[in-house]
Write a protein that binds this ligand. Sequence first.
Ligand SMILES: [Ca+2]
Ligand SMILES: [Ca+2]
Length: 266
Amino acid sequence: MRIKNQSRFLLVWLSVIVFGWVWTNSSRSAPIDLKTVEVAYLFDEGKGNVAKDISENGRDGDISGAGYVKGVFGTCLDYDGNDDNLVVTGYAGIGGTEPRTTVFWFKAGDTRDHSWVKWGPNSPGEKYYIRAHIRGNECNLRVEVNGGNNFGTDNVCDGEWHHMAVVFPKGSDAVKDHDLYVDGELQVKEGTEHAMNTNAKAQEVNMGDFLAHHTFMFGLFDEVAIFNVDLTEDQITAIRENGLQAALGVDPQGKLTTSWAMIKTY
Ligand SMILES: [Ca+2]
Ligand SMILES: [Ca+2]
């Protein structure tokens, strides 16, 4: 009888420990819902002119010029800074003041106002342009909307890989409401305030080409994705540390993997 009671006691404690472990690990980095992924490229094809979208939307990218080299995860695109570009055919981005997050890895070929991700026409508030902000011999992560901008202070043009995240939180209405992360560090917000009214009809999403007097992207570009939600700092960390494919729980064909499918049922 005494042994039976001890066994029962042990079993209860084991259950508490296991449940605690599962709870801690599932809440620490909440899985990212695939429905929130607008488009996501791993650039692991290694050849050809089509960037395969691993989201559920089938928004394959049309690559012009950029070739493949070794990236942060698998291979990445190598932009020559002259005319290389990628167009997300048929997709013009997220509009108005809707929440959004853009993430990518970048390794600079030099210091310049690299054009990373943009959509919308060059009109006040309507443009959505994620590019580099020049500061002497350095450059910073910047988002601008024509009439307003928001940029950080960490140098991302030092020839090293950097992970960048541009988050427009739900309920926000102006460009300086964006939270900018470089290698997981929340940036100080500099720039000029302006209301957001992003145009999501006039121009397809471009990755590499510039607007007005700026410059083409020059350097290496890996693991880019646009989300229709404001990802949390933990979710951005999960993407940076584990890679997009693992963080989203998809295989290269864009199908949900079993492990994350199980976790997602919590
Ligand atoms: Ca890759
Ligand atoms: Ca070229």
